[in-house]
Design a protein around this ligand. Structure first.
Ligand SMILES: [Zn+2]
Length: 482
């Protein structure tokens, strides 16, 4: 048997000039011999292995944890979360697996988790994992890697720099989560496995693909344990113990080729993931979820001439049936990809908290979301200019179910809702800090709801006014200006 030729370091210089931090960071997951047993069992008993239970797509809950520094800064932007999950689902569609968001998205402000080593990462997952879901933690630095799956803590950590929307790191780590080893198993971190664990290139008689490497005969032998560019350039002459040339498949997500090369899981990899899902991870499938709901584009209430004033700094839109959250983003009009302010809210308005420049142009984006519908197909967006002057909130004159006139209010405003049913209602006014200012229950005999609200003693500011009851739930914003 011939020896494996050593990889030549210079061969990797080709990708050193490409997105360095991503290219040079790898995955921190090593599949142990013990964890390989279900794979070997699966490939050995393929015919009798538990097939996927249904022909349909399985919904799998994702608990998303965004880890920030202690001061709350530096977290993975929400702007990227939803397209990333969309892309994840496109890539997992051939496996009939569909990931949905198990709300809420959780924030953890902890610098020692933000940049962590494996043992602190383990502790982070143990402390914060949500049961019956796949827990994914977005951090700045997951122990010097792009990402890893921790079998002990049963969670996945992903580095922000490896979570660009077209990145495959999350796809890869979830492959580990659902049982898959690397296609180059044994060669991780520059290691050379014992000869009997080196997968032969050959298939059929004399092959060892069910007992060596990743255990799958439909993934080519792969000895490349560092990032490599595709197509395989052949500069590295890798020979297996039988003397055959190793030509790893760059299209497999579980290899270490580049993001742009990866497009698939093999059929046996898919079978193993499904086997895992229907076996030890069956609880994920059984978690109750809300059926997919189609969403419509929200109608955003535009200020007159699209000018926003210093006392009317908010974005407001109508409730979209089926939407569970709204993702709202404020950017400058010239740099729409640079987030200035973003929020996930169940309200139908967002106060703008960023400092805006007088005369500056900005873009407001509102995306309705539902746990299984996060691809943003029904995004509403509008540009506006900002004026540092005081202005009149003409939004109240638009057709809205709940209106307050005048708004901004000085000593009093009148709250109106047309066509309400006979029944009891609750009105609640909160200030911008969320403190309750007024709470009132009342009966209404039906028709137009119209009551005066005194604002005489309220300090200048922005308030949230809610009316609930009898199937009604509305929230609008009131500006008090004396
Ligand atoms: Zn990996």
């Amino acid at each position: 048997m011939r020896k494996i030729l050593l990889l030549i370091a210079s061969a990797f210089l080709t990708h050193a000039s490409m997105a360095q931090s991503i290219a040079e960071q790898g995955c921190g997951t090593i599949t142990s011999d013990e964890e390989m047993q279900p794979i070997y069992e699966y490939v050995r008993t393929l015919e009798s292995a538990k097939p996927k239970g249904t022909a349909g797509v399985d919904s799998i809950p994702l608990s998303i944890h965004i880890v920030t520094k202690d001061d709350g800064t530096g977290g993975y932007p929400l702007q990227n979360v939803f397209p990333l999950i969309c892309s994840l689902n496109t890539r997992y569609a051939p496996a009939s697996m569909y990931f949905y968001i198990a709300w809420p998205i959780r924030y953890i402000n902890n610098t020692s988790y933000y940049i962590h080593n494996f043992s602190v990462g383990y502790q982070m997952m143990q402390t914060n994992n949500v049961a019956q879901s796949v827990n994914v933690y977005f951090v700045q630095d997951p122990s010097g890697t792009c990402g890893y799956f921790s079998p002990g803590a049963d969670g996945v950590a992903i580095g922000i720099n490896c979570a660009a929307v077209n990145s495959t790191t999350l796809v890869h780590e979830l492959g580990h989560f659902f049982s898959l080893p690397h296609t180059f198993r044994g060669w991780e971190n520059g290691a050379t496995p014992p000869v009997y664990q080196q997968e032969y290139v050959k298939r059929g008689v004399g092959a060892n693909c069910t007992t060596a490497g990743d255990g799958f005969c439909d993934t080519d032998a792969d000895y490349l344990g560092s990032r490599w560019a595709c197509p395989y350039n052949g500069f590295n002459v890798l020979l297996d113990p039988l003397g055959d040339t190793v030509k790893p498949d760059p299209t497999l997500y579980m290899s270490y080729s580049m993001d742009a090369c990866m497009t698939r899981f093999s059929p046996l990899q898919i079978g193993s993931m499904q086997n895992n899902l229907y076996g030890i991870r069956n609880a994920l499938r059984l978690r109750p979820s809300t059926p997919y709901a189609a969403l419509s584009t929200p109608n955003v209430f535009l200020p007159a001439n699209k000018v926003m004033y210093s006392n009317t700094k908010y974005v407001m839109w109508n409730k979209v049936p089926g939407a569970q959250y709204y993702y709202v983003k404020i950017t400058s009009a010239a740099l729409p990809t640079v987030v200035r302010q973003e929020a996930l809210t169940t309200d139908t308005f967002l106060n703008i908290s960023i400092a805006m420049v007088n005369g500056g142009n900005y873009l407001a984006t509102v995306v309705p979301l539902q746990e299984k519908n996060v691809c943003g197909a029904h995004t509403a967006a509008y540009t506006f200019s900002y004026s540092a002057a005081l202005g009149v909130d003409d939004v109240a004159t638009h057709q809205r179910p709940l209106s307050m006139v005048p708004n901004p209010a000085n000593t009093e405003t009148r709250l109106q809702v047309p066509n309400v049913k006979n029944g009891s209602y609750a009105i609640r006014i909160t200030n911008i800090a969320g403190q309750s200012i007024l709470q009132q229950d009342l009966q209404h005999s039906g028709g137009t709801f119209s009551i005066p609200v005194s604002t005489q003693y309220l300090p200048n500011g922005i308030y949230s006014v809610r009316i609930t009851g009898n199937g009604l739930s509305m929230v609008e914003k009131l500006v008090v200006q004396h």
